[in-house]
Each structure stands twice: as structure tokens, then as C-alpha cells.
Design a protein around this ligand. Sequence first.
Ligand SMILES: Nc1ncnc2c1ncn2[C@@H]1O[C@H](COP(=O)(O)OP(=O)(O)OP(=O)(O)O)[C@@H](O)[C@H]1O
Length: 297
Amino acid sequence: MRLSIKNISKEYAGGKLALRNISLEQQNGILGLLGPNGAGKSSLMRILATITQPTAGSVHWEGIDILKNPNALRRVLGYLPQDFGVYPNLSPQEFLTYLAAIKGMSGRATRQRIEALLEEVNLTEVRHQPIRTFSGGMRQRIGIAQVLLNDPRLIIMDEPTVGLDPEERVRFRNLLSQLSGERLVILSSHIVSDIETIASSIAIINGGSLLQHNYPHEILQGVEGKVYEALLEEAELKDFASRQQIIHTMRRQGGWMARYLNASGLPAHSTETPVRATLEDAYLWQVSHKAKASAYV
Ligand SMILES: Nc1ncnc2c1ncn2[C@@H]1O[C@H](COP(=O)(O)OP(=O)(O)OP(=O)(O)O)[C@@H](O)[C@H]1O
């Protein structure tokens, strides 16, 4: 499987530039699209799912230009949009049977497939209940099941973990890990922990631009040895924050524990302690501080 995105830009009516000259290549595996709200993740995914066209650039799937020949990709695509709608009066079983029919699937094998999928997303017990009685997380699980109906080669899921509780998230991650193999899975999130354990590569997007596309360990390497914590007094915090790239702060008795990036080689505070860098540090470094930080790195 091979997806090749070249110089994609998207400008919406009204002049909003949602994507700026994005290029990336991806083969089998799980690509995590990471970026804050409004970064352009959905815009990129809608283009890849052939729902919208870019303003400029090209997308090739297995060497085929999907902007000119979208059906080649649609046949092997499973897509979960962010605003996935379900028919409230249908049960999960009826809904999946209906979608399968639309995709031209029927018969015993399809019934077995639906049964197995309902089991995978933990909806077997409620498979005959109307969807209108379901929580957001349960509806999202139906959305995940419908993506997998036709055993797709390219799976695109826009914020699939929204509404899932911690247990469901783990289950979903396990399901995805089992799925990969001869497939390309693209999923977006603004939550690092949803992606870091399963993604074979991560693309960080902000303001419509691709900041980085790399293996998780390579992204992590960018901040390794630069993350510290220090205990600050209340009165120090404002001045410290103006000088340092703070990742986050936590209240402590009599002050604040600040986690920050320091690439200067000089201690930024008398209580400075090095800590192990995480992918979240690297992500926050990229999306919120890179421009400022690059001035002294
Ligand atoms: N149909 C549209 N018309 C005009 N502007 C749009 C349209 N769709 C998205 N945008 C704008 O394009 C930018 C990128 O939006 P997009 O939905 O792709 O981001 P995102 O990273 O998916 O964010 P979120 O997680 O909040 O959905 C935003 O500023 C958004 O307001």
C-alpha cells in the first residue's frame, strides 16, 4: 500500500487557507495525524477520502491519481468522518446490514462479518436496541464497526476516540494494532496518548502546515535532554514563563512545579531537575513554541 501526497493546499470559499503545501509519503502501517483544533486535519482527511478536492497538489494511491480517478480508492476505503451520523431508529445490526447492502455486500459471510464486528466493538449485547438510546461512545463504536465492514485497505478515521471512555480507548487501540498489516490506517487526534503507542509514524500539523512527519522515536529525540522541571515560587512564575518554553505547570504547596524546555545548556533555575522527555513534550514544543524556541536552540 502506498499513499503519496504532493504539495496539497486547500483554500475554502472566503479565503481561509486550511492546508499549505503539504507533502508526505506513507506505506503500510498507522499514520497518526496530530494537531490542535483547526490545524487542518479534517481538511486533509476529507481530501484523502475523496470527499473534497484540494485547491492545488496531487494525491496518488498505489500510483493512481485519486483526484482524477477517485473510484480506485473508494473501493478500498473505510472512512469515519468526525461528524459521523447514524440512523437513530435502527439498531446496530440493522444499521450495519443497511450499510453493507449499500456497499454491495450481502449473504451469510456478511452476516458473520457484522456479528464479528459487533463483538469487536463490544456492542453484541445491545445489537437489537435502537441507536437513539446509545451514549456518544457507543455511537462512535458503531462508526468504527462500519469503517471495517468491507475489510478496507485504506482506513481514514477523523478523531475516532472522541467520546470513548479510557477502557474503550484501550480496546480501540488494540483493535487497530491487530488491523494494520496489509493496510494503511490514518487517524487524527489532538491527544498524543491516543496515537503514540500505535502509530508507526506521526505527522504533526499546525496552522495548515506539516511541521514534521517522522517515526515517534525520531520526534521524541528532538526534545531529549532538553526537558526539565523546577519548583517556582508564585512571584517567579510570570517572569520565568516569559523566558522559558513552559510545557505545563502544576500547583504545589507554596508555588508551582513548571515543566519546560531548556536547550541553552545553562540552568534556568536553581531547582532545575532534568526529566525524561515524552512525545507530548515534543508535540507541544512543535505546535506552541517552535518559532520562539528556534531563536536560541
Ligand atoms: N468548509 C469550510 N469552509 C471554510 N473554512 C473551513 C471549512 N472547513 C474547515 N475550515 C477552516 O479550516 C481550518 C482547518 O479546519 P479543519 O477542520 O481541517 O481542522 P482540524 O485540524 O480538523 O480541526 P478540528 O479538530 O477542530 O476539526 C479551520 O480554521 C476551519 O475553521
